[in-house]
Design a protein around this ligand. Structure first.
Ligand code: HEM
Length: 410
């Protein structure tokens, strides 16, 4: 490693991200990326990731500044050949996550009314009732697969309910979502691509039928409200409506499932942490924020420089893509004392797990309510929860979580 790292754009002996061990296809790296993140962060600058032509950014101040900087934006690059990827392109190119102002502002304004902290608080009793029923089933069974029995169904039900998806159809959502978002991994293979295209096509067909149905018989749900907006004000095209619904349904549960399984796994792996929350449930909110920081569920988001710009000492040429490594920023020792420790009561926790700037997670308030309700219910109703076996990590770099957290309830 050079003593004084050069800024991106210059050549020389500067290390690249792969040379420091960054490899999303390597199971050992995915299992524990943190030592590699430490080495990358210690260079003080962004590092080249030639496989995707990205500069990878790891320091908290740099990631935070780039998320907020208006010279950096999302630029949706359709997957090619376009025709082959058409269904997948359609659900992404009209989604607010991929757009910049003014389209982003218009879409976000329409949807955000449903996600204000006050509206979300109103959902708390229903979320609590659903959580209690899932946890009671787990306790009644003496334990079981925590991810399958609680962590997955809760967020799927909550977002499904909000959008008015029939309970019978909710089983379709997670397989569709998993297949679609798998294309966000840094290097998906052809089988993953085919599955993503198929899932996007099926999801779109399902939603177009639902649009027709809600137009004829609107309900009280958010989806009916969005259909109404489209018909009244002509401000949301049908493609935008489909893309918004897919984004909300996917974003609405992908990360929450992982945070809940990460939180429970990390609390139970060091029992004193779990006991601390059982003894003092007012620690639930800080424990949830710590789970988001400690094992950040969404690893990387990209931006593209619209012009030549220098941000926190990093020079970017117009057109340069950056990969902002949220999980690395959230372990930055310059910001977080004992960054590699899971502190259930961490009070100063300015993590960037929900992003920052204009794309800051629209569902953050909802995610917090459902995750706090879930952990709160668990410590109240299943204080004797224990791991029955080692948790197993998901085989995914971008979506950091566990596929299996077997538990017993003593
Ligand atoms: C703990 C759970 C969650 C985490 C960690 C999380 C994280 C994030 C992050 C990091 C972004 C910003 C991406 C970027 O800057 O490019 C984002 C955006 C977004 N999230 Fe979440 N999210 C969570 C739950 C939810 C939920 C429950 C919803 C519900 C609907 C949701 C909806 C969205 C939407 C719509 C956006 C796009 C916002 C925009 O582009 O303006 N998320 N989320």
């Amino acid at each position: 490693m050079p003593e004084t790292p050069a800024t991106p754009g210059t050549t020389g002996t500067r290390p690249t991200a792969p040379s420091l061990g960054f490899d999303p296809d390597d199971a050992a790296f995915v299992a524990d990326p943190y030592p590699v993140y430490d080495r990358m962060r210690a260079t003080g600058t962004a590092l080249a990731y030639p496989a995707n032509d990205w500069w990878l950014v790891t320091r908290h101040d740099q990631v935070n500044a780039m998320l907020r900087h208006r010279a950096l934006g999302r630029v949706f690059v359709p997957k090619e050949p376009y025709e082959r990827f058409a269904p997948w392109n359609l659900v992404n190119e009209h989604a607010m996550l991929e757009l910049e102002p003014p389209d982003h502002t218009r879409l976000r304004r329409l949807v955000s009314k449903a996600f204000t902290p006050r509206r979300v608080e109103e959902l708390r009793p229903a979320i609590r009732a659903r959580t209690e029923s899932l946890v009671d089933d787990l306790v009644g069974a003496g334990g079981g697969a925590f991810v399958d029995r609680v962590a997955e169904p809760l967020p799927v039900d909550v977002i499904g309910e909000l959008l008015g998806i029939d309970p019978i159809d909710r089983a379709l959502l997670r397989p569709w979502s998993n297949a679609i978002v798998a294309l966000y991994e840094p290097s998906p293979d052809a089988g993953v691509e085919d599955a993503a295209i198929r899932a996007a096509a099926e999801f779109t067909t399902y939603l177009r039928a639902l649009i027709e149905q809600r137009r004829r018989a609107p309900g009280e749900d958010l989806f009916s409200a969005l259909v109404g907006v489209r018909d009244d004000g002509d401000r949301l095209t049908e493609d935008e409506l489909v893309a918004t619904a897919v984004l909300l349904l996917n974003a609405g549960h992908e990360a929450s499932v992982n945070v809940l399984s990460n939180a429970v796994a990390h609390l139970l792996l060091e029992r004193a942490r779990w006991e601390a929350v059982v003894a003092d449930p007012t620690l639930v909110p800080t424990a949830i924020e710590e789970a988001i920081r400690f094992d950040t569920p969404l690893s990387v988001f990209t931006r593209v420089a619209a012009e030549d710009v220098t941000i926190e000492g990093i020079d970017l040429a117009a057109g340069q893509q950056v990969g902002l490594l949220l999980g690395a920023a959230n372990r930055d020792p310059a910001v977080f004392a004992e960054a590699d420790r899971f502190e259930v009561g961490r009070s100063h926790n300015p993590h960037v797990g929900f992003g920052a700037g204009i794309h800051f997670c629209l569902g953050a308030a909802l995610a917090r309510v459902e995750l706090q309700e879930a952990l709160g219910t668990l410590v109240r109703r299943a204080p004797g929860l224990e791991l029955a076996d080692e948790p197993v990590r998901r085989d995914s770099y971008q979506f950091r979580g566990f596929s299996s957290v077997p538990v017993t309830v003593g």
